[in-house]
Write a protein that binds this ligand. Structure first.
Ligand code: RUQ
Ligand code: CUA
Length: 617
């Protein structure tokens, strides 16, 4: 509580606003609903709305990025319960991810990632519950299968991409996950040019990661050369604007040094509008120049491929309305957000209503393409949508959410958020069919919202009921650091499995009968086929020789829900967890001694007895 109220020193002078923004000292936090002053009945009503009784289930899943933890976190809504952690770019001993041969290979040399923006797969512009894609700043994109909530593929590092931030945003039928580079560098990677050559020799790129419609397998579809701006966030056009993707960009000054000053000189930066269907056609024709092992298309040589839409300076989110008719974007330091009219944008493209160009890419005239500057409040970052034409914009500097109406452009309501909202997410709020109901403010700082646990304050998100005209703050809940963006999907759209059916296990070392368990040797390579079933490993002991390369292939032959087994070998930094019907392998060099192994995942009353010995002579 000590910090609260300090933000009220915010003055209107833009410089001070900017200072407040940068220092994270923002507006006062939301009043605590349960404290004196609020009618008890309001608190009780809010509590009932979010209460999920014992034995009942939440209505929605919230998938939140885990930022530099490299994971995805899953919460139930409206309860706010953390129900699952999906390891993606970082090992996670709780599920053994990053310890078995299969996931280690997928992670490669990187055991760290900075994951920002989850993207649920879509069919006809709405979530279809099949996959979740998420970016990593290390130029990678991962695919999680929502059948088992596991990471199945990590694509990348994608050539020529440095700082994969404007990513991953899917097109309406999941044709592509699009990727924009945050940092421009001389390409291909490994090329060196001094910082004084930044404006001309450093390049950004935008990439279309192609997604196989049946399997979800990702590959590189196309890549486009871009001026050395920082591409920040994106969204795919839908319905009226299907076929285009949009990326915000900052530092269109092409400045270096202290960007907080040097990149804020121009009044406007840009939203890049990229015709991905044209990119697809150009790629199919083999257009482009080989850079870093892939073909890179130059928009200067392919008119119509990319346009720049001027936008308030240093924009963050760009968000397309459910009908695809408006593209919403704003400068982070502004008090308004701009709704660009897609009709007008297309007319300006056709009429060559340009004010100039950037490396051959035409810049559209702001006045010709904007419909409205909506006075949402200070520090607009990101917009989500509800049904009936309402839009919700997060305001970092004001620390609030503004609700406004598309078309009439009136701001109809505001609700304060605690210190200090970054992104926000509404139920199906970036699809063609937003649900309304729930909106979550993903706050950046959380002074005083949780018990004090020391300097690293727990992150706090806030659940807002948007069923009625007035928004109502209903719940604070902890979100693991750091939820840059999240998506909310109706639970019944997902169909997760409970066990891996035996018939589906295609692992070459899978075995189902204890008779097949045991040790086979070829030279110094030893394969141990092992079975786990309540509450024994077979074999319960085995012998190998020091220096052997040992592979243990463990199959959990259970076909019962929730019967997982773990396998840890002490002193080898190894622990895996194998789900019912699953096979995983671990490989290591044996060293002389006697090494116990045991089950790490509670499985039965005799879980503690589930153990064995590896004897290395
Ligand atoms: S981002 S707030 Cu990737 Cu907006 Cu972090
Ligand atoms: Cu098997 Cu515990």
């Amino acid at each position: 509580m000590k910090m609260r109220g300090k933000g009220t020193v915010l003055a209107t002078a833009a410089g001070i606003v900017a200072l407040g923004l940068l220092a994270g000292r923002c507006a006062p936090s939301a009043p605590k609903g349960a404290k004196k002053g609020a009618a008890v009945s309001d608190t009780a009503a809010a509590a009932m709305k979010v209460y999920v009784a014992p034995g009942d289930l939440d209505e929605y899943y919230l998938f939140a990025s885990g930022g530099h933890s490299g994971q995805v976190y899953v919460y139930g809504l409206p309860s706010g319960r953390h129900i699952s952690t999906i390891p993606v770019f970082t090992p996670y001993p709780a599920t053994g991810y990053g310890f078995d041969d299969e996931s280690r290979k997928m992670l490669g040399n990187l055991t760290w990632g900075d994951a920002h923006h989850p993207a649920l797969s879509e069919t006809a512009g709405d979530y279809d519950g099949r996959w979740l894609f998420i970016n990593d700043m290390n130029a990678r994109v991962a695919r999680i299968d929502l059948r088992d909530f596991k990471t199945k593929q990590i694509l990348g590092p994608i050539p020529n991409v440095s700082g994969n931030h404007a990513s991953s945003f899917v097109t309406p039928n999941t044709e592509y996950a699009v990727v924009g580079s945050r940092f421009s560098i001389p390409i291909p990677k490994g090329t060196v040019a001094g910082i004084d050559k930044y404006a001309t020799e450093y390049k950004g790129v935008v990439t279309g990661v192609k997604i196989d419609p049946k399997t979800g397998e990702m590959s590189i579809g196309w890549q486009i050369l871009m001026p050395p701006f920082d591409y920040d966030l994106g969204d795919a056009g839908k319905l009226a604007s299907d076929g285009f993707v949009f990326f915000t960009s900052y530092n269109t000054e092409r400045a270096t040094g202290k960007l907080e000053v040097t990149s804020a000189q121009k009044d406007r930066d840009y939203i890049a509008a990229v015709d991905w269907k044209m990119a697809e056609q150009l790629a199919a024709k083999g257009e482009g120049q080989m850079i870093g092992g892939i073909k890179v298309i130059d928009p200067a040589k392919n008119p119509g491929l990319v346009y720049f839409m001027p936008c308030g300076k240093s924009p963050h989110g760009v968000d397309v309305s459910p009908d695809g008719k408006y593209v919403v974007g704003s400068g982070k330091l502004q008090g308004v957000t701009t709704a660009f009219n897609w009709e007008k944008v297309q007319t300006a493209m056709r009429n060559k209503d340009f004010t100039g160009d950037e490396d051959g890419i035409p810049v559209l005239k702001y006045e010709s393409i904007k419909d409205a500057e909506v006075p949402v409040g200070l520090g607009p970052l990101h917009t989500q949508f509800g049904p009936d034409g309402f839009a919700y914009t997060s305001l970092f500097v004001d620390s609030a959410i503004a609700k406004w109406k598309l078309g009439t452009w009136e701001v109809v309501d505001k609700v304060p958020m605690s210190y200090s909202i970054g992104h926000l997410t509404a139920a199906h709020g970036d699809t063609v069919k937003p649900h309304g109901k729930w909106l979550v403010g993903l706050n950046k700082l959380s002074h005083g919202r949780h018990l004090n646990v020391g300097p690293s304050q727990p992150e706090s998100s806030q659940l807002v009921d948007i069923t009625e005209e007035k928004m109502k703050l209903t719940l604070d809940f902890f979100t693991e650091p750091e939820p840059h963006y999240a998506q909310i999907v109706k639970a019944d759209i997902l169909k997760p499995i409970e066990v891996y059916a035996k018939e589906e296990n295609k692992h070459p070392h899978a075995i189902w009968d204890v008779k097949d368990a045991g040790v086979t040797r070829s030279g110094s390579k030893v394969l141990v086929k092992m079975i786990a079933v309540r509450s024994t490993f077979t074999p319960t002991d085995f012998e190998v020789k020091a220096g052997d390369e040992v592979t243990i292939a463990l199959t959990n032959i259970e076909q019962t829900t929730d019967e997982l087994h773990g396998l840890a070998i002490l002193d080898y930094n190894l622990n895996i967890v194998v789900d019912p019907g699953e096979t995983k392998t671990i490989t290591f060099k044996a060293k002389q001694g006697v090494y116990p192994y045991y089950c790490t995942n509670f499985c039965s009353a005799l879980h503690q007895e589930m153990q064995g010995y590896m004897i290395v002579r």
